[in-house]
Design a protein around this ligand. Structure first.
Ligand code: DGT
Ligand code: MG
Ligand code: MG
Ligand code: MG
Ligand code: MG
Length: 282
């Protein structure tokens, strides 16, 4: 083994291992998508092609990284969740975030033409994403994080739906619509939509109202064969499992179908019906 006199520079690299035994959420967000969505003329307030493209890229990330248990997407953002037992890349922060961001971006650009066949990508309007990792110490807080994103989706979508209906169908100026919506609560917006435009907000697409939830579906899974996740489940680090056990799990996860759902993840029901998501045990 030879070492050069320059090797000492390696000591400048700082460790960035994320706290063990905690949930890791990597959230990515489109950079400057306000401008990008204008340039490629995304439909307002929601462009189904853009959302489907986000989901398609996220499905590929889930397939590429079997350690991920669930992902949630809305607008130009996606949150990817690693289980507390995850040992991928020794839980190195930068390695996890950059891998997810670049894998997602690669697939987003690769599949762009499928979703926007008549508007090819053109510099300088090339999609890019930022990303960050946040750790959460308990399943309760992880669920509150997911709820926070879905509530945000609902609040923004109700506002945007009302605003753009007032502008595009009601002929109002942006500033007038903004002015009228200032200080309104949800019921006010529902009423404007219904009374003025005959739109029942409940009938809007679920993907717009609830965002997108991605998780693995296991063929052999039946509601009764699943166990309820317990504290033990999250406290067994993957590093203490045998290699073959880990490989088996990874294989199962890799074979599983990644489904895209538009459902409530705030209430208990979603999680109780799919206990393998939080227990990470297919
Ligand atoms: P950033 O994230 O700080 O680099 O800046 P932006 O511009 O990406 O801002 P952000 O992430 O807070 O907001 C997302 C923007 O993307 C927002 O201006 C609306 C736009 N956007 C996302 N999805 C759609 C869509 O389906 N239709 C349209 N028209 N715009 C969308
Ligand atoms: Mg942002
Ligand atoms: Mg953005
Ligand atoms: Mg955003
Ligand atoms: Mg390398």
């Amino acid at each position: 083994l030879t070492t050069s006199r320059y090797e000492y520079v390696k000591a400048f690299e700082q460790p960035d291992i994320l706290l063990p035994n905690t949930w890791i959420v990597v959230r990515i967000d489109g950079r400057g998508f306000h401008k990008l969505s204008d340039h490629y003329v995304f439909k307002k307030p929601n462009d189904l092609r853009a959302l489907d493209l986000m989901n398609a890229a996220a499905v590929e990330v889930m397939k590429d990284l079997p350690d991920l248990c669930i992902a949630y997407g809305v607008s130009d953002e996606f949150s990817f969740v690693f289980h507390p037992s995850c040992q991928l890349f020794e839980r190195r922060n930068a390695k996890l975030v950059t891998t997810i961001v670049s894998t997602f971006t690669a697939h987003y650009i690769h599949q762009w033409g499928t979703y926007f066949p008549s508007t090819p990508l053109q510099p300088p309007y090339l999609p890019s994403f930022d990303g960050r990792a946040v750790i959460y110490p308990t399943t309760r807080i992880l669920r509150d994080y997911m709820s926070w994103r879905q509530v945000d989706c609902h609040i923004n979508n109700l506002y945007n739906t009302t605003f753009w209906t007032m502008v595009l169908q009601g002929g109002m100026s942006n500033t007038d619509a903004e002015q009228e919506l200032k200080g309104t609560v949800s019921s006010d917006k529902n009423e404007i939509l219904f009374k003025r435009f005959g739109i029942n907000y409940n009938n809007e697409l679920e993907i717009y109202k609830k965002g997108s939830v991605l998780y693995r579906q296991y063929e052999l899974q039946t509601p009764n064969s699943a166990q309820t996740p317990t504290e033990e489940d999250t406290s067994v680090p993957e590093s203490t499992q045998s290699r073959s056990q880990q490989d088996k799990l990874r294989k199962l996860r890799r074979k599983a179908q990644v489904v895209v759902d538009h459902v409530d993840i705030i209430k208990d029901e979603f999680w109780e019906r799919r206990p393998w998501i939080l227990s990470n045990k297919p």
